[in-house]
Design a protein around this ligand. Structure first.
Ligand code: ATP
Ligand code: MG
Length: 317
């Protein structure tokens, strides 16, 4: 069952030089019970996409398409209506979540404010239970965010984001600044929220495919504001199809052995500026297999396996 359906979504930024087309015609769904991974290099639009779901802020604006969350198109909601569904239906642990909590309020005030804003009763047992799930003692309730370490602040943010049992939880680059063993610990805590059915589904964002491999059911790869490939995690890692996904996968250190013969020697160039993205496939000027058509026409959606799709002119099925 699909919990969230995103169709041809466009999210741009208004700037003095014109519109930055950060998300430009993105279509996908999130199913109940799954972890959808979103991968792609810096600036490809990952945070723009998910921030739009929970807190669209100027200069970001909706430039087209729909986002259906349980039969409601959230692109049509007012700021106030969006505020109501945030935390209850969809919630985010934002990028840089170590600094996401209001510095002037004690943790208990932050927690109670959110619960009351949504017209719910404060359940102290539940709050303590949730804190212990992320290895925090109830002492943190009486502390200000600055009194906690970065890791503790991040775990307090996890508790705040999941307090009201959102259907969809978004985790945006929450493992990027962590060492490998802390990454594992954070991933286990997140999976705890899924296992206990506190959240139904998750979007997990990272530029690091090896982390996604540990947690995601499916993966969506973005390049310059567009989807290039979406499919089952295992299949995409083992047999990536789009030339950009191949480059991402073959550059994983652990994958070098397995893919030795096929490994690309990196991709020259860098992603296009999204003020004036190129016509055709946005990857064409870095793509080893691009032809003339790729410079002119938008690539078609091609089914390459069960539940596995790519946008590419040069894919042979
Ligand atoms: N406030 C803004 N005004 C104009 N352009 C913006 C703004 N915020 C982001 N952008 C642009 O939108 C594009 C997508 O940015 P976004 O932060 O969504 O990328 P990302 O994939 O999350 O990158 P990262 O991996 O570094 O977090 C980039 O080209 C960025 O420069
Ligand atoms: Mg980001």
């Amino acid at each position: 069952m699909d919990i969230l359906k995103v169709n041809d979504l466009k999210v741009y930024y208004k700037t003095l030089r014109g519109s930055v087309k950060a998300i430009d015609g993105v279509t996908f769904t999130i199913r109940k019970g799954e972890v959808l991974g979103i991968a792609g290099e810096s600036g490809c639009g990952k945070s723009t996409l998910v921030n739009f779901f929970v807190l669209p802020k100027e200069p970001m604006y909706h430039a087209g398409g729909s986002v259906i969350l349980e039969d409601i198109d959230i692109t049509k909601l007012s700021k106030n209506e969006l505020r109501k569904i945030r935390y209850e239906k969809i919630s985010i642990i934002p990028q840089y979540s170590m600094d996401a909590l209001s510095p002037t309020k004690k943790i208990k005030v932050i927690i109670k404010d959110i619960i009351r804003e949504h017209g719910k009763h404060v359940d102290h047992t539940l709050i303590e239970e949730r804190l212990s799930m992320v290895n925090l003692s109830k002492k943190v309730l009486d502390m200000y965010p600055v009194e906690l370490s970065g890791g503790m602040r991040q775990r307090a943010t996890m508790v705040v984001s999941t307090l009201l049992n959102p259907k969809v939880l978004i985790a945006d680059e929450i493992t990027s600044a962590l060492d490998v063993s802390t990454q594992k610990f954070v991933i286990e805590m997140l999976m705890g929220f899924m296992d206990r059915k506190i959240v139904d589904s998750m979007i997990f964002i990272t530029h690091d495919l090896s982390i996604l491999y540990q947690i995601a059911t499916r993966v969506m790869v973005l390049y310059a504001g567009k989807v290039v490939e979406i499919g089952p995690m295992e299949e995409v890692i083992k047999s990536p199809v789009h030339p950009y996904t191949k480059a991402l996968v073959y550059s994983l250190p652990e994958m070098n052995v397995r893919f030795k013969e096929k490994r690309l020697k990196g991709i020259p160039g860098h992603p296009p500026h999204l003020l004036n993205p190129p016509a055709g496939c946005r990857f064409h000027d870095r793509c080893p297999v691009a032809r003339e058509r790729c410079q002119e026409e938008e690539p078609p959606l091609v089914k390459v396996g069960e539940d596995h799709y790519v946008y590419c002119w040069e894919v042979k099925v």
